[in-house]
Design a protein around this ligand. Structure first.
Ligand SMILES: O=P(O)(O)OC[C@H]1O[C@H](OP(=O)(O)OP(=O)(O)O)[C@H](O)[C@@H]1O
Length: 400
């Protein structure tokens, strides 16, 4: 049985059948008419800066998508923040990549949305542990994409096991309510003790303490049961029972401290977004964040041809490599001509035509990704994450 879950295969994505039918019909029509113009196309979300930044990611998948295609691609670095103007520029014969547009936009749009939302969570509690718990909300085939976006945005870890294998990271997390149910009400100590005995030593002993009784009672019981071995408690109080969540956490902290358990950390989870995290970051040590990341809006990227010229067999005639230019062209409402985007020292994001000067102190952000079908960039998630956080600070991401 191949592909039992009906997911679109990697082969279909690479060969271009993972596309909208109108691109196939365009290909057929252009071939019929003997047309294959040389184009420069750009991927943009907004034409001009809006004052609101998003995180760019998915670029490694784009490199894989274009490998072996006779095109040149330039793109922002992974993790760079952007606000208007192109995040990517593709140059080549249009038929070389026409059908890839659908997958190309999908590779960028959803992961960039996840990473932007994860960055909001990260910056809401810069000094706390923040883990990605959202794998359960997405199709299993894209869980590593979610967890990668979370790491890119600087989260400390994630929960998904198979994603961990792909990303080369140990997943985090300790126990679900299901474990507590299996031991039953009144037997919480048995559950926590069995966990402590069973799991490897390097797994933190964080007891789930909201299952049957109130959070204070279960937290104290966990501390009594595991003593110094208890690293923390997790409070995942259901929203209907939450009341004043901050007060509940402060009360648990107070009662733990009063009995000498100052070293026991408090972790929270369940429907947490940046505002709640900001409100709890001084009373809890860590947060599990799921839906805020997975429910992020996709970034509304589109691909547009911005320069066009008659096709040529000579690939060295590319603009990227020779400086030759086609005719500027654009749809109404979009901006014609190949562009560059710049970051200035004051954190500004600027868009200008690529053959004009940018701002005096502007750093051009588009970098070579593919040349004549060869990937010319290396990828390093840790470096991308550092870039993301540094750029977030530079542009004042999340500040009003
Ligand atoms: O609300 P989110 O931000 O998306 O967080 C993801 C999940 O993590 C917590 O689940 P928990 O591990 O407690 O689930 P369980 O009830 O299955 O044990 C929380 O209750 C959510 O279901």
């Amino acid at each position: 049985m191949t592909n039992p879950f009906g997911t679109v295969s990697s082969e279909a994505i690479l060969e271009g059948t993972a596309t909208d039918a109108y691109f196939e019909r365009t290909h057929t029509t252009l071939e019929h008419a003997g047309k294959d113009p040389h184009v420069v196309a750009e991927v943009t979300a907004d034409q001009f800066p809006t004052g609101s930044f998003d995180v760019f990611t998915g670029v490694e998948d784009i490199a894989t998508l274009f490998e072996g295609r006779d095109v040149d691609v330039d793109a922002l670095p992974d993790g760079q923040l952007f606000d208007g103007g192109p995040v990517m520029r593709i140059e080549g014969s249009y038929l070389e990549f026409a059908e890839l547009e659908t997958s190309l936009l999908g590779f960028l749009s959803q992961p960039s949305g996840f990473a932007t939302a994860a960055l909001e969570a990260r910056l809401a509690a810069p000094d706390s542990t923040v883990l990605s718990f959202g794998a359960r909300h997405v199709h299993p085939a894209i869980t590593a994409t979610v967890e990668r976006a979370a790491l890119l945005a600087g989260l400390d870890g994630f929960s998904h096991v198979a994603a961990g294998e792909i990303l080369g990271r140990e997943p985090g997390g300790t126990m679900p309510h299901a474990l507590m149910f299996c031991f039953g009400e009144g037997n919480q100590p048995e559950a926590w003790r069995a966990f402590d005995e069973a799991v490897p030593e390097d797994v933190p002993r964080i007891a789930l303490v909201d299952t049957f009784w109130d959070e204070k009672s279960e937290s104290l019981l966990a501390a009594e049961t595991l003593g110094d071995d208890l690293d923390g408690v997790r409070i995942d109080t259901t929203s209907s029972r939450r009341g004043d969540f901050r007060h509940i956490i402060r009360e648990v902290r107070w009662e733990l401290d009063a009995r000498g358990h100052e070293d026991v950390d408090i972790f929270c989870s369940g429907g947490l977004g940046p505002d709640t995290i900001r409100n709890l970051r001084d009373v809890a040590e860590g947060f599990g964040v799921g839906s805020h990341i997975t429910e992020a809006d996709s970034i509304d990227f589109s691909l547009d041809i911005v320069e066009i010229s008659e096709g040529s067999d000579d690939s060295s005639s590319s603009r990227t490599q020779s400086g030759d230019e086609g005719e500027p062209i654009s749809k109404r409402g979009k901006l014609s001509g190949a562009k560059e985007v710049y970051r200035t020292a004051d954190g500004g994001h600027h868009v200008a035509l690529a053959d004009r000067d940018g701002p005096d102190d502007g750093e051009a952000l588009l970098e070579p990704l593919v040349r004549d079908g060869e990937i010319v960039r290396e990828f390093d998630l840790e470096a991308a994450s550092e870039r993301c956080l540094a750029d977030a600070e530079a542009v004042g991401f999340g500040e009003d």
